[in-house]
Design a protein around this ligand. Structure first.
Ligand code: TEU
Ligand code: CA
Length: 576
């Protein structure tokens, strides 16, 4: 069906990480190998052939380092060792080798805005004001009065400052009390970070996803928040004064010495800063995740609540187009619909009604794999896993949800309303165990799983998807291959068509090769439940078209520029 038309070297500035399809694995929830209900590294090793079969290039693994697990590994107490629940360093080495043997690269999570309060650095730091590690963290001595307000994402009291009586001082923690922020302004801290990055690169790790990397630089005078950031503290946290300088230093000291990929997490980062951050001439990071499409659909004033009115496709198109255009000359983007902090892709951006689940999931993959950005996909989405939507607080495992609920309870807020709305947007939606087969607990574990398995696993599971030639899984593999064989889908110029169309997302990709050859692709996505007509000739000139992929079985595709699209139908044409 597809023919590789492009030869190497005809596209300038080619990079493996631009062409990569990255598969994210949340290790707690992928596969339990030893019957304790928690996914682990040997479990991932058992599934290496499945991972390989997807056709993906890179695995991104959420944190597996030693951690008391206040925030599922995002609170690290030893950066150079493996969490007991996950396995041993030997297991890790075997995983890395197993991936490399299959031609797959491994990207790890770098969590260095903060560490665990159980890390040796913090234990030392809090022990006395003149300890040599004192300045590894942000301390505010109590004799200076109450520190200026800083909001915490996870704290039960909302306060990002925590008083510690050992030394009569407050320490800063943007996340939980057990996640004190490291003081990047201290050169010694930066050196420590570069050393630990080296440690993993020397082991052969192929890159890092950098957790809230945009928050590392702080104004250590801690002024009252400037008025323009009122109610928008994420924006304030993300535009720190030394951010670019620190990343340039990190690049110079360690990143530039290895052939690795780097992707920053960029909640709150402004557009211009984003471009600066990934502009290759500035030597910082390769790319990063923006949050605009992910936050759209949540309440503006409080992202813990869903806002179901907020779902116009026109706005979504505007967001994706804006984030495409900024990187049209320099830098590089990412595209994703889900991760461990978000709802399931098909529930959030598609339609998980059984009638539309398959079609809409395939449509979303068609989009993800035909955009001009590195594609990130999340485990379980390839078999159509959907939101579990817990409405009982006892089912939740996420510290963010639990602490928010407790605060509401304390303040006499409406906990029922919260649970109803939060069920749609909670992070635990994205953390339920991978559904392998129809055996107990979906084949994830033999024990009681650490978090409930979605009861729909009797029909939604990898074994069934494998057996059904028409499944999302098979479509995903086909779509990955189409992208791999056609570099125009990676590098070609993106142009949005018919931007005000409320139901159809249509765009072209256009690649001119060095030898003068040209390719134009047309991507048509019907995001609605209606049968709709799209008059392509009104928006793009061409003589004839060749269908490259579709999620429907429609016989007569020769529609002469006027396409009838079924509910959630996706098609890709090559135009001639
Ligand atoms: O997330 C950072 C972040 O911005 C989140 O607070 C996000 O806004 C929220 O989860 C959306 O619901 C990163 C990690 O991805 C997350 O898992 C960690 O809990 C957090 O950092 C702290 O390390
Ligand atoms: Ca286990």
């Amino acid at each position: 069906m597809t023919s590789p038309t492009v030869t190497l070297n005809t596209i300038p500035n080619r990079k493996w990480w631009k062409e990569a399809v990255v598969y994210q694995i949340y290790p707690r929830s992928f596969k339990d190998s030893n019957g304790d209900g928690v996914g682990d590294i040997p479990g991932i090793i058992q599934k290496l052939d499945y991972i390989k079969s997807l056709g993906i290039d890179v695995v991104w693994l959420n944190p597996i380092y030693t951690s008391p697990n206040d925030d599922n590994g995002y609170d690290i107490s030893d950066y150079r060792n493996i969490m007991q629940e996950m396995g041993t360093m030997e297991d890790f080495d075997a995983l890395l080798k197993g991936l490399h043997d299959r031609g797959i690269k491994l990207v790890m999570d770098l969590v260095v805005n903060h560490c665990s309060d159980e890390h040796e650095w913090f234990q030392q730091s809090k022990s006395s004001r003149d300890n040599i590690y004192r300045d590894y963290f942000h301390w505010w001595p109590a004799e200076n009065g109450v520190p200026p307000k800083r909001w915490s994402f996870f704290d039960e009291d909302e306060n990002a400052w925590r008083y510690d009586e050992t030394t009569d001082a407050w320490y800063l923690h943007y996340f939980s009390r057990k996640q004190p922020d490291l003081k990047w302004e201290n050169e010694a801290v930066r050196k420590e970070v570069y050393e630990l990055i080296k440690f993993w690169f020397d082991k052969g790790v192929d890159g890092f996803r950098m957790d809230v990397i945009t928050f590392i630089s702080k104004d250590t005078t801690f002024p009252e928040l400037p008025p323009e950031f009122n109610g928008n503290f994420i924006d304030y946290y993300a535009q720190g004064p030394q951010l670019h300088a620190y990343l340039q230093e990190m690049n110079r000291e360690v990143l530039s010495k290895y052939d690795v990929m780097t992707v920053g997490e960029g909640a709150g980062l402004h557009l211009e800063e984003a471009l600066k951050l990934t502009d290759e001439d500035r030597h910082q990071l390769n790319m990063f995740f923006h949050f605009d499409h992910i936050d759209y659909g949540k309440r503006k004033t409080d992202f813990m609540y869903a806002d179901n009115n907020n779902r116009s496709l026109v706005e979504m198109k505007r967001i994706f187009t804006k984030w495409n255009d900024i990187f049209s000359q320099k830098g590089w983007g990412t595209v994703y619909f889900g991760n461990h902090d978000q709802s399931r892709m098909v529930s959030r951006f598609g339609n998980d009604d059984p009638k539309y689940r398959d079609f809409s999931a395939k449509l979303l993959y068609t989009f993800l794999l035909s955009m001009r950005a590195t594609t990130y996909v999340y485990y379980g989405d390839e078999i159509g896993m959907k939101n579990i939507r817990f409405t009982n607080i006892k089912d939740y495992r996420d510290i963010q949800t639990i602490n928010y609920y407790h605060r509401l309870e304390k303040d006499g807020g409406n906990t029922e309303e919260f649970l109803q709305s939060h069920a749609e947007v909670c992070r635990d939606n994205g953390r339920t165990p991978m559904q392998w087969d129809t055996t107990l607990h979906a084949g994830f574990t033999e024990a009681e799983p650490w978090i409930k398995v979605n009861p729909d696993y009797f029909t939604v599971n990898a074994e069934a998807a494998e057996a059904n030639g028409n499944s999302i899984l098979h479509y995903f593999r086909k779509m990955v291959q189409l992208r791999k064989e056609n570099l125009a889908l990676v590098y070609g110029e993106y142009k949005l068509l018919d931007e005000e169309n409320p139901h159809i997302y249509a765009f072209t990709r256009h690649q001119v090769f060095e030898n003068g050859a040209e390719e134009k692709w047309l991507i048509l996505l019907n995001f609605s439940k209606e049968l709709l007509l799209f008059e392509a000739h009104n928006f793009v000139d061409y003589t004839t078209e060749e269908l490259m992929i579709s999620n429907y079985e429609v016989k007569d595709y020769n529609a002469k520029g006027s396409f009838e699209l079924h509910p959630y139908e996706a098609r890709i044409y090559k135009l001639l």
